[in-house]
Design a protein around this ligand. Structure first.
Ligand code: UDX
Ligand code: ADP
Length: 459
């Protein structure tokens, strides 16, 4: 099928950047991103590209170049579905918060609603592409909905999981390690391969069956998360044995079988994918009675929770066993640098723990709004919204955030933190002035020379 019109349902962190790059690299294809969230679509259409709903280095430039030419953002979902030959489903698949599989399984209601929406309005044959991360065998459910409630229209379902990481999404999309396409229909697979073929060489485009493709995405995220939990487990051992986790990571990373990436010890991984996908993997394994497999992967999450808890416990015990009434400045709220995304950010859980110990928290993050910070804490339901508002203040100036603080906790590895005037920060703080570097980004000797009591992860 020759593709001239693409519709993407879901204008989020995956749909937005992916479609922007597809549009840029395929000027002959009209790409329309639709969403039920009118506010989000309005933000994508804002004249001022610095107001786009998501921040990704390089994204605003591409949107500026393509928007209104062959990239469109709209709330007219039915119209866009009808006009396209290929429809990407890029909606959220959060962990279920109710019923069977609560806290473990992926909630597929948004995906199902999309499938029903397509089935209801489509009048011509469509290729439907799963872009959201989905449990293995979801394609079967989508196909069944499309085939049973449709009007004689033929559908081909493809799985095309996205491997981009936030903060480097555009770079990852422009130069992917691989593009994975799972499907039954060779024609459909080749139609999608041609879209990517505009800028990705064919040897990097893998074709598999649908189930391998769906499971590969979960497996990739599980392996990546497992590496972080592995190095974080070793970081705790390092702290007891005078080994240095940075040195250990370098030593093992030079083994080409292990590789050097993804070995940074931290306060624990966050983000919308790792925890959700592993929980989902565990749930699926358990539902097939594979308890050893489930337990094995569950340990990655247990260790990650432990790492976050350990960080806040250490902070409290170092501050003479109490943070009650003390101001703690948290630098960074996003789950990693170069994004405004805070989903599952370790900062939220560390803050919540410190707040339960009656700390006052001052947050500085270059890209995260006060509103977002409050929403994240309120979502946990640990205390009232008024209390969160009283106890957590957000600052646009890091020096103000740190003023009169007893301790600084570095939660996100933003580059700008390294270039701060740390002497000035020290001068404004209560003494002794503590730094808890949850990202190992500062130089210990330099900080100690200024007078800080400095501690980091795994040293
Ligand atoms: C991840 C996968 O990398 C990506 O392929 C998939 O498509 C979506 O999930 P993302 O969550 O955007 O991407 O970011 P990633 O760079 O993987 O980081 C996830 C978390 O792990 C962050 O909190 C990060 O700070 C943390 N991390 C990463 C570490 O703590 N140490 C590391 O060495 C690497
Ligand atoms: P991701 O990180 O997977 O991209 P996001 O939450 O950032 O997830 O984006 C998903 C988007 O999908 C949201 O903007 C949401 O409003 C949209 N969405 C969810 N369900 C539907 C639906 N049935 N029709 C259209 N858009 C939807």
């Amino acid at each position: 099928m020759k593709i001239t019109n693409i519709c993407c349902i879901g204008a989020g962190y995956v749909g937005g950047p992916t479609m922007a790059v597809i549009a840029k690299k395929n000027p002959h294809i009209k790409v329309t991103i639709v969403d039920i969230n009118a506010e989000r679509i309005a933000a994508w259409n804002d004249e001022d590209v610095s107001k786009l709903p998501i921040y990704e280095p390089g994204l605003a430039e591409i949107v500026k170049e393509t928007r209104g030419k062959n990239l469109f953002f709209s709330t007219e979902i039915d119209k866009a579905i009808n006009a396209s030959e290929m429809i990407f489903i890029s909606v959220n698949t959060p962990t279920k918060t109710y019923g069977k599989g609560k806290g473990m399984a992926a909630d597929l209601k948004y995906v199902e609603l999309c499938a029903r929406n397509i089935a209801e309005v489509a009048k011509s044959d469509k290729i439907v592409v799963e872009k959201s991360t989905l449990p293995v065998r979801t394609a079967q459910a989508i196909k069944s909905i499309l085939d049973n409630t449709g009007n004689g229209v033929k559908y081909s379902i493809l799985s095309n999981p996205e491997f981009l990481a936030e903060g480097t999404a555009i770079e990852d999309l422009l130069n992917p390690d691989r593009v994975l396409i799972g499907g039954e229909s060779e024609d459909a697979i080749e139609s999608l391969a041609n879209v990517y073929g505009s800028w990705v060489s064919q040897d990097r485009i893998l074709r598999t069956n649908v189930w391998s493709s769906e499971l590969s995405k979960l497996t990739a995220n599980a392996f990546l998360a497992q590496r972080i939990s592995s190095i974080n487990a070793i970081s705790e051992l390092c702290e007891k044995t005078e080994a240095n986790v940075g040195e250990v990571a370098r030593a093992i990373g030079m083994d080409s079988r292990i590789g050097s990436k993804f070995l940074n010890a931290s306060i624990g991984f966050g983000g919308s994918c790792f925890q959700k996908d592993i929980l989902n993997l565990v749930y699926i394994a358990r539902s097939y009675g594979l308890n050893e497999v489930a337990d094995y992967w569950e340990q990655v999450i247990i260790l990650n929770d432990h790492q976050k808890r350990r960080f806040s416990d250490n902070l409290i015990s170092t501050l003479y066993n109490t943070v009650s009434g003390k101001k703690i400045a948290m630098l960074g709220w996003a789950f990693k640098k170069d994004t405004n995304d805070t989903r599952e950010s370790a900062a939220i859980y560390v803050a919540d723990h410190l707040l339960s110990e009656q700390a006052h928290i001052a947050v500085y993050d270059p890209k995260v709004s006060e509103e977002r910070t409050q929403l994240d804490l309120n979502y946990l339901n640990t205390r009232s919204e008024e209390e969160n508002k009283d106890l957590v203040k957000t600052y646009s100036d890091p020096y103000e955030a740190a003023k009169d603080a007893h301790a600084i906790a570095i939660m996100t590895e933003w580059d700008e933190f390294k270039a701060f005037d740390w002497q000035k920060i020290y001068d404004g703080m209560k003494k002794p002035a503590f730094i808890f570097d949850g990202r190992n980004i500062l130089d210990q000797k330099e900080m100690e020379a200024i007078g800080f009591e400095y501690s980091s992860i795994g040293k």
